[in-house]
Design a protein around this ligand. Structure first.
Ligand SMILES: [Zn+2]
Ligand SMILES: [Zn+2]
Length: 420
């Protein structure tokens, strides 16, 4: 078939009917987890004021610097397609006075996010996230709950060798001291670091530890560690969280180099690692952001959350041969000959659907052979035939496609016959 005049833009794609069964499986797992942990859905607009993300995500982040879809609308207002959920959740929490709700307020989102990234395998410019936030509580037991939820989701979906990487990146009391140590350490090595890191040094020193360039790795290796700079409160918080993890028998590694890319994180940051496609790697990440509410003009309101990429989960499920999920198929497919037979089929289909049984009709005027071919393609369980004889005798011929057997069933007994 000709490809037509238009193709989908670079970096985005269609999620086709044959893939939907995997998406549905992920959505089912999500629904199960949010109910188990008591989280409620919050739907947010796909676009927001650009300022929300500039302030909420942070100016010196890759997202804001390079990756946002920002444009002027017809009213000359700067609009941005959401590149993540947390800033929007906090905006909504403040705007809708959700601080009146019991704390922590437990929320989740599912939907598209948009980032202008270099397209590569498994990375899209419009992708889907499952995002969870708990607001209004500083208790490290909540950090543990959020981490458990992320872990539970991947476990539920059959991911193996699950573990955590965790770190504490401190708070406004102890982080400035660490910044100072880190900055002076890097200043002495200014000529050895990559140009990105040279800029980060002024704008966002924590992200120096995040650099992926080869030349910066030996410098990161022996850089000062946040762990040595944590204030008592941050150190206790981290210690208590680790006690919960130990108690639950969860595997984790304390990774002092993990800072996460976003400005608003405080204290706990974490990643879930799993055996996905190929090597063990990070499948999901999150952390605490106790300062975000104030950044957005709200009153102090601690929070913690995580985001999981659904596209990657789906790819990983599809790569697991044993799963081989198949598309939903109708239970009954009607083939008919003549106007009277088709009218009767339409009546019976109404009865079947009302009884919760999926049923389809072969449309148009085609030969029995062509209609049977369609029944086969649609992988129906029963093909139901109404020809002249059946119409006369007020019955249908029901062909069981998997057993290649058939039986005559009176119209009045069809619902019961198929439903059993
Ligand atoms: Zn601190
Ligand atoms: Zn670097």
């Amino acid at each position: 078939m000709a490809k037509g005049l238009f193709q989908s833009p670079k970096g985005v794609r269609d999620i086709l009917p044959e893939d939907q069964v995997y998406w549905r499986r992920v959505e089912d797992a999500i629904r199960k987890i949010v109910d188990l942990y008591g989280y409620e859905r919050l739907d947010l607009p796909v676009f927001e004021d650009t300022g929300l993300f500039r302030r909420g995500v942070g100016e010196a982040t890759d997202i804001v610097e390079k990756e946002m879809y920002t444009f002027k609308d017809k009213g000359d207002k700067s609009i941005t397609l959401r590149p993540e959920f947390t800033a929007g959740v906090m905006r909504s929490f403040i705007q809708n006075s959700m601080d009146q709700l019991p704390k922590p307020t437990k929320l989740y989102n599912i939907g598209q996010v948009f980032r202008y990234e270099r397209p590569q395998a498994g990375r899209f410019r419009q992708f889907y996230q499952f995002n969870v936030e708990a607001l209004g509580e500083v208790d490290p037991a909540l950090d543990f709950e959020i981490m458990s939820m992320a872990y539970h989701l991947y476990d539920e979906l059959g991911f193996e060798n699950l573990s955590f990487q965790i770190n504490s990146i401190g708070c406004p009391h102890c982080r400035p001291g660490f910044h100072e140590q880190l900055t002076s350490y890097y200043k002495q090595r200014f000529n050895d670091i990559c140009t990105d890191c040279q800029t980060r040094l002024d704008k966002n020193p924590l992200r120096l530890l995040d650099c992926k360039r080869e030349q910066c790795q030996p410098i990161i290796e022996v850089a000062p560690s946040m762990a040595d700079c944590l204030c008592d409160e941050c150190r206790d918080h981290f210690k208590t969280l680790r006690r919960y993890l130990d108690d639950a028998g969860r595997l984790y590694t304390v990774n002092h180099r993990m800072v996460r890319g976003l400005d608003y994180y405080t204290k706990t940051v974490f990643e879930v690692w799993a055996q996905g496609i190929g090597a063990q790697n990070a499948v999901c990440g999150g952390g605490r952001y106790d300062g975000l509410s104030e950044i957005l003009g709200g009153k102090p309101m601690p929070g913690i959350g995580f985001a999981a990429g659904i596209d990657r989960i789906v790819m990983s499920l599809q790569a697991q041969d044993h799963l081989k999920l198949s598309r939903p198929a109708p239970q009954a497919f009607f083939v008919t000959q003549g106007a009277g037979a088709k009218e009767q089929a339409v009546r019976l289909i109404i009865e079947l659907r009302n009884a919760g049984i999926s049923a389809m009709l072969a449309f148009g005027d085609r030969s029995f052979k062509a209609q049977f071919k369609e029944a086969d393609k649609r992988r129906t369980r029963f093909t139901i035939v109404i020809g002249e004889g059946e119409l006369e005798g007020q019955y249908v011929t029901v062909k069981n496609m998997s057993e290649s057997s058939q039986e005559n069933v009176p119209w009045s007994e069809l619902v019961e016959y198929i439903g059993k």
